[in-house]
Design a protein around this ligand. Structure first.
Ligand code: FAD
Length: 470
């Protein structure tokens, strides 16, 4: 009896419970990926994610071929594509790993019913989260709203299972596949992706190499160095996790092999993975997290209207890294060039947009969604809302990052600034954080878009008005 494995955000062979189940099932395995841009409510992929997906699928096809299988690609309504492949492969079972967004769950549930009606087995598995959202509940039975007790409850729930190994050999049935190139996921005219290509290796091997590098050189300094954008101290596993090229179970398991001396760093790293779990917990219980304020009070917040010329120009300057604040601009340019931005700088650039410029967090969230290779349906909106103050367990509104102070503190020598803002290369460590004070050396670099003190006051006033119901 043949089976279908429907892959989605789990583009890996190792620790893939759906694939393991199919191998146990026996027979031939049709491994399917569907580019679904039709099912209701599915958020269309951003441009950088499409680039990643193309290369990840290419890598997956190569890996599958090495163990005797083939990857079937289909585009269109996922439900129909799975049913078609079930028929073509003469399968009597379908396996997949669970997804947690509402629109995705609806597609999966409807398909499961339809398969049951046709007497086809459908089985789903836990693969991409260590703790599935509905399994972690407060004493009163509700979802968590604050990270620390959430993470404590997760840890109390027990150590996650050990990872599964990849099947050594599989056989795949004949089934038509579309050509990956015909999906046109890669940018042309202009091709802005060379910077992404030199930074990243999408696919399972690339993911494992990142993990190995992190363990070899950096994990030990994680707790102290993770805030310094010029140091490569973080794992850079985020896009690999986003596409499921590595599972959190594999990472958790691998952490156990590190020496106890690294304990403090590992504790911090583990809890960052916990934030990912928390964001998915939030999304599961608040499916509209990317479009709706978690705290409804913020629905009345007086954001500047993006349609006025001044605000439109500010948004454009922010996106292009031309705000006149070196740390903000370095971050926005790192994002544009490499599809990724350092976590601390994500907080600084986001705070600058929503507080100093008073622009709705959703505008920033959408830009990150389009340009990040790790653009994640839960992590991105949850973190934007955290910065904006509208989110769960959010940063207090009055905490407004000062990009100059942050720059002096976390990039004291200006190494990160010079890497991404070459106009400032000739400025020394003292003046590079405030180039407007030495304009003769700053060349074509723009003057500050807004003044920090005044824009901060304006943001605090807007928040005070909101609280007082003015
Ligand atoms: P590491 O420090 O090595 O952390 C390991 C893993 O833990 C990450 O790969 C990620 O999966 C998880 N993690 C770390 N920090 C967070 C966090 N704050 N929230 C949730 N998970 C976390 N992360 C995304 O994966 N996708 C996004 O779209 C995204 N958008 C963000 C937007 C804003 C405004 C901010 C402030 C943060 C955002 N983050 C997002 C969280 C964080 O910045 C990235 O996960 C991190 O920078 C990725 O780099 P790394 O893999 O080297 O992280």
């Amino acid at each position: 009896a043949n089976s279908v494995v429907w892959l989605r955000d789990d583009l890996r062979l190792a620790d893939n419970p759906a694939l393991t189940a199919a191998a146990r099932h026996g027979g031939q395995i049709a491994v399917l990926y569907v580019l679904d841009e039709e099912s209701e409510g599915i958020r269309p992929l951003g441009s950088a994610s499409k680039w990643w997906l193309h290369h990840s699928l290419e890598s997956l096809a190569t890996q599958l071929a090495a163990i005797g299988g083939t990857l079937i690609l289909r585009r269109g309504c996922a439900r129909q594509a799975v049913l078609d492949v079930v028929a073509e492969a003469e399968a009597d079972a379908v396996f997949w790993n669970r997804r947690y967004g509402l629109a995705e769950r609806r597609v999966d549930a409807a398909l499961k019913e339809e398969l049951a009606d046709a007497n086809i087995d459908a089985e789903s598995f836990q693969a991409n989260l260590l703790y599935e959202p509905w399994t972690i509940r407060t004493g009163a039975g509700g979802p968590y709203k604050v990270f620390t007790p959430f993470w404590r409850a997760c840890n109390d729930a027990g150590e996650p299972r050990a990872p599964l190994s990849a099947p050594e050999q599989i056989r795949s049935p004949q089934a038509a596949s579309e050509a990956l190139g015909s999906w046109q996921l890669l940018p042309t005219n202009p091709d802005w992706s060379p910077g992404l290509g030199s930074e990243w290796t999408p696919g399972e091997d690339g993911a494992n190499n990142r993990l190995a590098e992190f363990f070899d050189r950096q994990a030990r300094e994680y707790a102290t160095d993770r805030d310094f954008p010029a140091i490569e101290a973080t794992s850079r596993l985020s896009p690999h996790l986003r596409f499921g090229e590595i599972s959190p179970f594999q990472i958790r398991h691998a952490l156990r092999s590190l020496p106890a001396a690294a304990d403090k760093d590992l504790q911090v790293f583990r809890s960052e993975l916990g934030w990912r779990e928390f964001c998915w917990h939030l999304l599961y219980f608040n499916p509209d997290l990317a479009t709706t304020n978690y705290r409804p009070m913020f629905d009345r917040f007086a954001w500047d209207s993006p349609s006025t010329a001044g605000t439109a120009a500010e948004i454009k300057a922010w996106r292009r890294g031309r705000t006149g604040y070196p740390l903000v601009d370095a971050g926005m340019r790192q994002l544009w060039q490499t599809g990724w931005m350092h976590n601390r700088i994500r907080m600084v650039t986001a705070s600058f947009l929503v507080k100093n410029l008073l622009i709705d967090w959703r505008i920033g969230e959408q830009w990150f969604w389009d340009t990040l290779v790790d653009a994640d349906a839960a992590n991105n909106p949850a973190n934007w809302q955290w910065v904006a103050g509208s989110g769960a367990d959010a940063s207090p509104y009055f905490r407004i990052f000062n990009p100059v102070t942050q720059s002096r503190k976390f990039d004291p020598d200006g190494l990160y600034l010079r890497r991404y803002v070459p106009e400032l290369a000739s400025l020394g460590a003292r003046s590079i954080h405030e180039p407007w004070k030495t304009p003769d050396d700053a060349g074509s670099y723009p003057a500050p878009l807004v003044e920090l003190g005044a824009s901060r006051e304006r943001a605090l006033d807007a928040y005070a008005a909101l609280k007082e119901g003015r």
